[in-house]
Design a protein around this ligand. Structure first.
Ligand SMILES: [Cu+2]
Length: 148
């Protein structure tokens, strides 16, 4: 019986993987619009099973989840400076991502998984700072306004 359950679980796992996407986000000193210290995409829509890869295209950046700003059960992540880091999506909901040295300049992103914005209040209560806080608030509004 145990073996049977295990193989059923593996089967489900592999069918999810077949549709999973890898979403690449670049850490930039400047984007095409001339904005300084930014992630290449700030509202990132994903599904459970996807992998979001943060790439250190320019130097002096990192990517990490903001403390207390991710769905329950989702593992927090913290990339080192100038290092690529992957966020493996396991839960639906919102995650606020910051670049530690530049969050006050607005280098943040919001991950929306499965169109679930139910933890928006927790994200708003998280200790984000400076322009990053303002941008996360705007991104949450945008995520809610553009829900499909
Ligand atoms: Cu940065």
């Amino acid at each position: 019986m145990r073996t049977l359950l295990l193989s059923a679980a593996l089967l489900v796992g592999s069918s999810v993987a077949a549709f999973a996407e890898t979403i690449e986000i670049q850490m930039l000193n400047e984007n095409e619009a001339g904005e300084k210290m930014v992630f290449s995409q700030e509202l990132i829509r994903a599904e459970v099973g996807d992998v979001i890869r943060f790439v250190p295209t320019d130097r002096s950046h990192n990517a990490q989840s903001a403390k207390g700003a991710l769905p329950e059960g989702q593992e927090a992540f913290k990339g080192r400076m100038n290092q690529e880091i992957e966020y493996v999506v396991t839960e639906t909901g919102l995650t606020a991502v910051v670049c530690q040295p530049h969050q006050t300049m607005g280098m943040v992103a919001l991950i929306v998984v499965g169109n679930d914005v139910s933890n928006a209040d927790e994200i708003l209560d998280a200790r984000l700072r400076g322009k990053g806080k303002d941008k996360i608030e705007a991104l949450i509004e945008e995520a809610i306004a553009t829900q499909s």
